[in-house]
Design a protein around this ligand. Structure first.
Ligand SMILES: [Zn+2]
Ligand SMILES: [Zn+2]
Length: 149
């Protein structure tokens, strides 16, 4: 993604738009909140306010450049829309987001919709749980408690 994509999306090239697009393009993790992006801008000494970040993200979303998710039901998380559908797994302990795509699940959803004569426009599937790292940390903590006794 680069400035060219802004033009293609019908958006004028402005510094905040270019910078935010850059951050989202190289984002690790891929899913970021407006605050996360704002912090990155501060780190690179860009004078772009949080309100501008929100405004640009909303414009990007309207232009189809980014997708918005609410993994915790509250915080808006943004990711670059690279055109390929995927679903998400969210760790409730550390917030880590994993992406997955299973053709069989997608087909099943289409089949269910067809059965109910329902036209799908969009879907969002989020699995909630604990990632391997957090489970290891939790079991290590338990071991330490046991040792102390
Ligand atoms: Zn975790
Ligand atoms: Zn994603």
């Amino acid at each position: 993604m680069e400035s060219n994509d802004l033009r293609k999306a019908g958006l004028k090239i402005t510094l905040p738009r270019v910078k935010i697009l850059e951050i989202l393009s190289s984002a690790k993790p891929r899913h970021m909140s407006a605050e996360d992006i704002y912090k990155r801008l501060l780190e690179s000494h860009e004078d772009i306010g949080l309100a501008t970040v929100y405004r640009v993200l909303t414009q990007f979303e309207a232009a189809g450049l980014v997708a918005r998710h609410h993994f915790d039901g509250v915080t808006a998380m943004f990711e670059l829309n690279e055109g390929s559908h995927h679903d998400h797994m969210v760790c409730l302990a550390c917030g880590r987001v994993e992406e997955f795509m299973v053709a069989g699940i997608e087909e099943k959803q289409m089949a269910i919709a067809a059965k109910y004569d329902f036209e799908i426009q969009d879907h969002s599937m989020i699995l909630y749980g604990r990632c391997a790292r957090c489970r290891t940390l939790a079991s290590n903590a338990k071991d330490q408690v046991r040792v102390r006794r």
